[in-house]
Ligand binder design. Structure first.
Ligand SMILES: [Zn+2]
Length: 310
């Protein structure tokens, strides 16, 4: 039986045992227990996991964000008919700086906070046409940049390349939830389901001799992933249950030295509440899936909101 299927069945059979297994797997794979990971960061660079698929890179006074999502409205709020609310107070305290924001796709758990952060910090945001539409709805069209794939560009000390990708499927493995383009042009229409996926990207970031690859959703277009030997794969693992051979395919392309798992936390809880796991994300199962590819890959996880540096 394929490992993801077996893991999913185990999770259904015993959610409490699964949860306990995920907790102990997470503790064991904490980045502090991963030899060589910290020493592989360039001196002066710090990396912060912001929860979900969000990351902050800081280097030489430049702050680069990917998919920052700190407002984290409740499940009830995301299902309601009203527009999703941004928690401005939280953004102010948790994101004091941003020089550029990269967005892998425009589901709310990646894009909700982006216009507010761009407005506060006056920075540009980089991503899809859907992202530009979202920014225009907020009156911020001039700060949106629609990217071309596979063309590296410079942002301060960082070199960034967007890579054409796809979103993991959900129901029955054939359907992407809230797929298609984001089309709203009024902010009062932006309820949770209005944040359509838009074009999906993997994002390669090179800085100070180190390389990172951000995979915000657990699927890929194999032949579009041309980078090899990256230092850190920031691997989104939610929703991979319907992605054929996710671990084998992405590890085989990128050949990362370290895999930092992300997008496994329950993002309906506030970022400063004790962390829970996304429904059925099966963190422990991901470690098994990676081990089944090769024991050479070190999987680790960061604590949310903790600056990690050498
Ligand atoms: Zn998504």
């Amino acid at each position: 039986m394929p490992i993801p299927l077996r893991s999913a069945l185990e999770a259904l059979r015993s959610p409490i045992a699964r949860h306990a297994n995920d907790r102990s797997a997470l503790r064991a794979s904490h980045v502090a227990n991963t030899p060589g990971a910290r020493a592989s960061l360039p001196p002066g660079l710090s990396l912060t996991w912001l929860g979900t698929a969000g990351f902050r890179f800081e280097y030489q006074g430049y702050t680069l964000l990917i998919d920052p999502y700190l407002s984290r409205p409740s499940l009830l709020a995301t299902l309601s008919r009203g527009p999703l609310a941004v928690d401005h107070q939280r953004l102010e305290s948790l994101v004091p700086a941003a020089d550029a924001i990269l967005v892998g796709h425009t589901h709310f758990d990646h894009a909700l906070d982006v216009p507010a952060l761009a407005r506060t910090h006056g920075c540009r945001v980089y991503g899809s046409r859907s992202l530009s539409t979202l920014m225009a709805a907020h009156g911020l069209a001039s700060q949106a940049v629609e990217v071309a794939c596979a063309r590296p560009f410079e942002l301060g000390p960082f070199t960034v390349t967007f890579v054409e990708s796809v979103h993991s499927k959900m129901v029955g493995g054939i359907w992407v939830a809230a797929g298609g383009e984001l089309t709203c042009d009024h902010v009062d229409q932006l309820r949770g389901s209005a944040y359509r996926c838009g074009q999906v990207f993997g994002i390669h970031v090179a800085v100070a001799g180190a390389s990172f690859y951000h995979q915000g959703s657990a699927d890929l277009i194999d032949e579009k992933v041309e980078h090899r030997g990256v230092d850190f794969l920031l691997a989104g693992i939610a929703g991979r249950g319907f992605t054929r051979d996710y671990a084998r395919r992405i590890l085989g392309r990128l050949e990362p030295r370290f895999v930092i798992a992300q997008h496994f936390d329950d993002f309906f809880r506030p970022i400063d509440a004790p962390m829970g796991f996304s429904l059925n994300v099966n963190f422990g199962g991901f470690l098994d899936e990676v081990r089944a590819v090769s024991s050479d890959f070190a999987v680790c996880a960061l604590d949310p909101m903790q600056r990690w540096s050498r």
